[in-house]
Structures are given as C-alpha cells and as structure tokens.
Design a protein around this ligand. Structure first.
Ligand SMILES: [Ca+2]
Length: 154
C-alpha cells in the first residue's frame, strides 16, 4: 500500500529524475538517489493506519549493475506519536530526529549485499507514518543513497 504514498520529507530531494517519489512509484527501474550521501531517511504518510506485515526494498544494483551499490545497513521505522500534529509532520527537523521514531526492523545487508531485500515482520507493526532510515548507503566508493523501491504490504 505504499505505492504513491505521500512523502512527508526526506534527507535529500534527489537529483534530476531521481526524486523521492521514485522510491514509491512501483517501478523498479526508477530510483531516489542522493549523490554523496552516506546516510539518509525517507518519511511517508500512508493516509491512514495500516498493519504492515511485510516490507521490501530494491537497491542500487538494479540500475547500476554492481552489488556494491546496494544498501548495506538500513531500517524500517514507525513514528512514535500517532497523533503528531500537522506542524510536526511538515517539520524536517522533527522528521529527521531519530528519537521520534521506533525502529521496527534493522537490516544488516552488509555481507549479502542483496539487491532485493524482502522481509516478513515477526511482529507486524501498525502505523500511518513510516520511515526508511539508511545508516550506510553504499559499500563501494560511489557513495549515494539509492533506493529504487520502498514497499510496504499488509
Ligand atoms: Ca521506483
């Protein structure tokens, strides 16, 4: 249900044709890409609370053909305050603050460097506001946040 979700904010807008919406367009060929960024985040609004059972990400190898472009360390998070105000949700500093988010699942993809990471949650999470947090964007020297898809499933 994340395809076409509203974007609350992100650590970087992305380059031309590689904007945040490209991570949520359901098209694995397009990506959100922030050049030079070792870390990042993308916060979304599902429009109402859903129970998320599964999440799937498609990494940089999809476009650039090398596992070194895949994201080694990242996490799914849910906003702590389900009643966050409209002002909070427009505030980049609020959205960027890790203390406002609960980690749902941390993925260590640093050994496998999978292009597609598809995880079913042992404990489903219910929420309207979710965030993808990237702790380490790249394992090769072409440092950038590259997320082709960030998908959530009921
Ligand atoms: Ca895409």
């Amino acid at each position: 249900m994340s395809v076409g979700a509203s974007i609350l904010g992100a650590s970087g807008a992305g380059g031309a044709g590689e904007t945040t919406d490209k991570a949520l367009d359901g098209n694995e060929a397009t990506k959100w890409c922030v050049g030079g960024a070792k870390t990042g985040w993308l916060a979304i609004d599902l429009g109402k609370a859903y129970t998320v059972n599964r999440w799937r990400t498609v990494q940089g190898e999809k476009g650039d053909g090398d596992p070194g472009f895949n994201t080694p360390t990242f996490a799914l998070e849910v906003l702590k305050d389900p009643n966050a105000t409209a002002e909070n949700l427009k505030d980049a500093a609020y959205l960027a603050n890790n203390a406002n988010w609960t980690e749902v699942q941390l993925v260590d993809n640093s050994k496998d460097l999978k292009m597609v990471v598809d995880n079913t949650l042992a404990t489903p999470v219910t929420g309207r506001y979710l965030r993808l947090r990237i702790d380490n964007s790249t394992s090769n020297s072409y440092t950038a946040v590259r997320i082709h898809e960030f998908q959530l499933y009921e």
